[in-house]
Design a protein around this ligand. Structure first.
Ligand SMILES: [Zn+2]
Length: 316
């Protein structure tokens, strides 16, 4: 049995079993946490924060946004690393085999009932699936799917979540492993995941046009692309071409982790376009000291590899 097959076999022995010790939420479902979540998400539905509005809508009192399902039992940030009860052996198996990178790739939730203030959520994570070795833009790795079962104090199901992560061998580690033979001449630049929803955007970029989705019913612009208008729920949309003018809404200068295809320090902007939507793109040719929130920027395009363009911005 090859090492790779052996690793998959050992990992698949966990399938169907708890991935970690079951946890009970530290705090019951509560309004302050709901409020902070709604602020962060921009969700202004009053049934989540106003008891009278919730009662008018047929609830007994305020309810938590369903998408907060996994918030209540999340483990706190621990600077020294995870507690032994939070560690997942199935993931540690991949760490030990050199697949030390981790990135979340899919989340699917479904809900059995609304959570009310005072509900205490319990969570058990179960290993659902482990993939064969896959070659991905991030490196060679395995997809590990975890199924989180959420219950209340009575043990009744309130919802569940499928959470898929990619455990990958970071490209630098891959290059080091492959050191003896020819080290890869060039590692390709990571590519976007082009889907039915965002294909128009990437087609536009190829033609050096930044296209923004526009609701055909109410005219609201939205980005990143999505199938439904968040304002009127219409599924009909068209596109408008952005002028390319904008201002820096926020930025980050990345130093680590270093992917071989990118150049560091890497300045990534969140640009507020003149049209009113925000886009994420790299900054070209400017030092971090020139950066300032509110500064005007102008759209440009970079040909990262022949035929592969990315939008980027320059200081205007
Ligand atoms: Zn609309």
């Amino acid at each position: 049995m090859s090492d790779a097959t052996d690793l998959v076999t050992r990992a698949r022995a966990f399938v169907g079993k708890p991935a970690a010790t079951p946890v009970a939420a530290r705090d019951p479902v509560n309004l302050p946490a709901i409020r902070r979540w709604c602020d962060a998400m921009g969700d202004r539905n009053p049934v989540y924060q106003d008891a009278a509005a919730a009662r008018a809508a047929g609830f007994d009192g305020i309810v938590a946004p369903p998408a907060m399902l996994d918030v209540w039992t999340m483990s706190p940030f621990r600077p020294g690393g995870r507690a032994s009860t939070e560690r997942m052996q199935v993931l540690e198996l991949f760490d030990a085999a050199g697949f030390t990178g981790v990135v979340a790739t899919n989340v699917e939730q479904d809900y059995d009932r609304y959570l009310h203030e005072g509900d205490r959520v319990h969570c058990t994570a179960i290993v659902e699936d482990v993939s064969e070795e896959k070659r991905t833009a991030l490196g060679v790795g395995h997809f590990v799917t975890l199924r989180y079962e959420f219950t209340d104090d009575a043990g009744d199901a309130v919802g569940r979540m499928l959470f898929r992560v990619l455990k990958f061998r970071p490209p630098l580690a891959q290059a080091a492993t492959a050191q003896a033979a020819a080290v890869p001449k060039s590692i390709p630049h990571p590519r976007p995941a082009v889907t039915h929803d965002n294909a128009f955007f990437w087609e536009g970029i190829k033609a050096r046009r930044l296209l923004v989705q526009c609701c055909a019913a109410c005219g609201r612009l939205r980005h990143p692309p999505g199938p439904m208008c968040p304002q009127c729920r219409s599924l009909e949309w068209r596109t408008v071409e952005a002028s390319g003018r904008g201002t820096i809404h926020s930025f980050v200068v990345m130093h680590q982790p270093r992917l071989p295809a990118l150049h560091y320090p890497l300045t990534i902007l969140l640009v507020e376009l003149a049209e009113g939507v925000r886009v994420v793109a790299n900054l070209l040719e400017a030092g971090a000291q020139q950066l300032q929130i509110g500064r005007a920027v102008a759209l440009d395009f970079v040909e990262v590899e022949p035929g592969y363009l990315l939008p980027a911005f320059r200081l205007a």
